[in-house]
Design a protein around this ligand. Sequence first.
Ligand SMILES: *Cc1c(COP(=O)(O)O)cnc(C)c1O
Length: 455
Amino acid sequence: MTTLPAVQPTFRLEQKRHLTGPFPGPQSAALDARRGAVVAKGVASGVPVYAADADGGIVRDVDGNSFIDLGSGIAVTSVGASDPAVVQAVQEQVGHFTHTCFMVTPYEGYIAVAEQLAELTPGDFEKRTVLFNSGAEAVENAVKVARLATGRNAVVAFDHAYHGRTNLTMALTAKSMPYKTNFGPFAPEVYRMPMSYPYREENPSITGAEAAQRAITMIEKQIGGDSVAAIIIEPIQGEGGFIVPAEGFLPALAAWAKDNGVVFIADEVQSGFCRTGEWFAVNHEGVVPDIITMAKGIAGGMPLSAITGRADLLDAVHPGGLGGTYGGNPVACAAALAAIGTMKEQNLAGRARAIEGIVVPRFTALQEELGDAGIIGEVRGRGAMLAIEFVKPGTTTPNPEATKAIAAACLKEGVIILTCGTYGNVIRLLPPLVIGDELLLDGLDVLEGAIRAAA
Ligand SMILES: *Cc1c(COP(=O)(O)O)cnc(C)c1O
């Protein structure tokens, strides 16, 4: 299963966890005081220290502490936060031009990224791409295209979905606190349908196809298939809890969409670019979306997002109907081309599968050891998009308290770990795909210790 990369990464920073003492240290504390006076409280940070450097699987703070990064800045720095190829490409590009605006004076990098996306995304039909800055912007534009191309209004989203924080994407996002509370009114014509969430199904034997039919029946009854412009779904849900739908769910939805002239949009903003052990998470079940939204891992940390989809859909839009001042910024395009190059050269999809092979057996064994009265409800995910869902001992009742305590205990030991989930009871592992085995194992030791302490 594990394929060795053709090229092994080398790192600038020593790949070792190291705490100089209690933290936040004095430099971080000083920055935090300055921050409190000028930065809005609505922007919250999970880690109480300030970054000075980052490389491979390490984030170093301004006081010299080195943390193991099991979050990649939310699935962004898959190639590391200072991949030499990305750094070089960015430096070369900024030395020539930082911006012209593709809608004013176009440039090659944008086209080269679109060529890569046409090649890497599933589907052997003609494709078109548009580049933007953020995941939310990509989602907004995928919906714009679907509505224009179909002449329909309704958009179907799912329970536990996360699609962003702009007005339309807030409407598509399921969870109220913190994303939506008091930020309404929200965009209309968004309909929410039940997701396939195998761990939390009332009927645990429901198949993926049956779960899809449950949603389809509701769509047909509540909206009518011929009023639906698009179905948008994360093939593995991210913020909602790293929920992997039952096998057959996505193919059945995609087939229904096809039969009803509905645009099937896969939101691969978090799951794309080798994260799940394939270029895209839809590849695991051979699903071919009409439009894919991409961002996060696409450009080695530079802000870039994209939609790629069927040429007939995207080319339906009139000239000038799509775009944005910064969309497809030349520096971000250069970074994307380099990051994609690194993913190919180092076989980071294979590396993601190898990480799954290290993490999943270990925490499944721990789950078994802790037994039915333990706090691990489920270990799940694909590739290096992995999660542990925590419950109250002997039940399936979500256990956000233990989850928070475990994440805090890891951080205290120098391991950055993210949580997620509608119920706040999921620890998600999103290490940079370039992380070395030794560093990963050290981080997992800390996590296992924290889980044992909480259990
Ligand atoms: C993060 C995310 C978004 C939003 O991306 P931003 O760049 O934060 O706007 C949209 N969809 C999914 C699945 C995401 O994980």
